[in-house]
Write a protein that binds this ligand. Structure first.
Ligand SMILES: Cc1cc2nc3c(=O)[nH]c(=O)nc-3n(C[C@H](O)[C@H](O)[C@H](O)COP(=O)(O)OP(=O)(O)OC[C@H]3O[C@@H](n4cnc5c(N)ncnc54)[C@H](O)[C@@H]3O)c2cc1C
Ligand code: FES
Ligand code: FES
Length: 483
């Protein structure tokens, strides 16, 4: 193995900021680190937000504390009162497809499905989505209409609060320096209720210009009660209490909905930013209110259609020696790359993409944006698509990585997916193709017979600057036939 790694100066190709790194195996160890280092020890869950902040020089923690080795922080269960308990480090992908969530909390499942990229859904978590404090995050409006509560833990004990209190301002929450979020609790759903989530974006793979969640309780043609929440139209995700009170007890009609929509538009406080304008957000909020209320109304009393899927986990709770590194430390990581066992010496801040490209000369995984937005760097980690530009090399310790170079079974014997891409002429310059191929492999691993809509949905985080999307979708359809 050669080591021809040379440091780059360009900001996003490599992560230049250095930090110590810890992988506590228990909550006790995690809280001890938070007590010792406070905000200097930044939690890393999926890392999709945090890694971009580090790359953009907007976060400067002394230490990253990765919480993926703590099993209690993952998964969806019920508490003793029958309420749904989502552990904070549960992935957006798992929440989207969980049967109870699709059935009883469909707005939350839809909010997760509305994320800008499948790879981000797989890596990102609900805890990260709430703790990053973004007013444009997708899960808060959905959680707000269900009156969700968050559970916060420190060595001093546990506290619980409504999510509406937890969210404060852009990038500001009630989380204390030595606290972590352990779970989100959703009260038992009421009878004759239905809910819906709608997100408006510039392109599919983006944060919201505006988003809305509603829940309606219906009896005949009467609205018994109603909850409405919006994202990206105020400094934090908000409930629209005046519109909710206006609708309660009214007979459902277009006129009533239009009046409620006017109230919503008056009560939000949107701003102009890179995604939209104040004027547009106020106008679109009216149409979104009417559409979301209609959608939820029509769902009342109907059985939810469950979309089956295989839940995949990019950072499985496999037994392995936790990685703990101080800022100047280096350590050997052991990983399988394209079937071959490798040993590589890394520092905590090195990225998987750079290790593959610069150390192992596997240049198939491409550098595109470096910020999770283009999918060109997608590789498979234990058969699941991950963005190697946002993945630390230490995360690959003990794991199996597959890059586009590993798809060919032997020289000249291509994988059926590669053959289908070639036959469908699904590339022009080819720069995005390795990322598309690896995402397609991940899709077929999860859903062996995807529909065209499911293909488009799964590939939404992969960008092709030559815009050959129609032929790429055709190639995936052909891949399915070749499996
Ligand atoms: C390309 C791209 C597209 C995106 N698209 C969307 C989108 O469509 N919709 C959307 O809502 N978001 C989107 N995001 C933002 C981000 O991916 C999500 O907010 C995601 O859910 C964050 O989860 P994470 O586990 O990756 O968080 P991390 O990056 O690991 O953490 C985010 C913050 O929360 C803190 N934190 C995480 N977990 C805990 C915990 N349990 N206790 C205390 N603190 C914690 C971390 O310390 C950090 O400050 C996107 C990001 C990128 C890069
Ligand atoms: S380079 Fe990783 S998503 Fe663009
Ligand atoms: S084929 Fe050129 S970027 Fe996709």
């Amino acid at each position: 193995m050669t080591d021809n790694h040379t440091p780059h100066s360009a900001e996003n190709t490599h992560l230049l900021y250095e930090f110590a790194y810890r992988e506590p195996a228990t909550i006790k160890e995690l809280l001890a680190l938070k007590d010792e280092y406070g905000k200097d020890a930044e939690i890393q869950a999926g890392g999709t937000h945090l890694m971009t902040m580090l790359k953009m020089n907007r976060a400067h923690p002394e230490m990253l504390v990765n919480i993926n080795q703590i099993p209690e922080l993952k998964g969806i269960t019920h508490n003793e009162d029958g309420e749904l308990l989502i552990a904070a480090n549960t992935s957006i992908h798992e929440i989207e497809y969980h049967t109870d969530i699709q059935k009883d909390y469909p707005a939350l499942s839809e909010a997760c499905a509305a994320f800008g990229s499948k790879q981000i859904e797989i890596m990102g978590t609900v805890g990260g989505n709430l703790c990053n404090g973004s007013p444009a995050s997708d899960t808060p409006p959905a959680l707000l209409v269900y009156d969700a509560r968050v559970v916060l833990l420190s060595s001093q004990g546990t506290r619980e609060m409504p999510l509406s209190d937890f969210l404060v301002n852009p990038r500001k929450t009630k989380l204390k320096e030595n606290e972590i979020m352990t779970a989100v609790i959703l009260p038992i759903p009421q009878n004759n209720c239905a809910s819906a989530y709608i997100k408006i974006t510039r392109v599919a793979a983006d944060l919201a210009k505006a988003s809305i969640a509603v829940r309606i309780q219906r009896e005949g043609d009467k609205i018994i009660s109603c909850e409405i929440a919006m994202g990206a139209v105020a400094p934090k995700a908000i409930r629209l209490a005046r519109a909710e009170a206006f609708l309660a007890g009214k007979t459902f009609s277009d006129e009533v909905l239009m009046q409620a929509a006017e109230i919503v538009s008056e009560d939000i406080s949107p701003i102009d930013d890179i995604r939209s304008t104040t004027w547009y957000r106020r106008e679109v909020s009216k149409a979104m209110t009417v559409d979301a209320l209609h959608l939820a109304w029509e769902r009342c009393g109907k059985v939810a259609v469950i979309r089956p899927n295989k839940i995949v986990n990019w950072f499985s709770n496999m037994a392995r020696t936790p990685v703990n590194l101080d800022v100047d430390d280096e350590r050997d990581i052991f990983l399988k790359v394209n079937g071959k066992q490798r040993r590589i010496r890394v520092k905590a801040h090195e990225l998987l993409l750079n290790v593959l490209r610069d150390r192992l000369n596997l240049t198939g995984a491409k550098y595109g944006c470096g910020l999770g937005e283009c999918g060109a760097c997608t590789v498979l980690m234990d058969d699941v698509a991950v963005l190697s530009c946002l993945t630390l090399a230490v995360h690959a310790d003990g794991r199996s990585i597959k890059t586009v170079e590993g798809l060919e079974e032997k020289p000249g014997k291509f994988d059926p997916v590669q053959e289908a891409y070639m036959e469908s002429k699904a590339f022009q310059c080819g720069y995005c193709t390795p990322g598309f191929l690896m995402t397609t492999k991940s899709l077929l691993n999860e859903l062996p017979k995807p529909s065209e809509d499911e293909i488009r949905e799964y590939l939404k985080g992969n960008r092709c600057r030559c815009t050959g999307y129609a032929s790429i979708v055709r190639a995936v359809v052909n891949s399915v036939e070749k499996q």
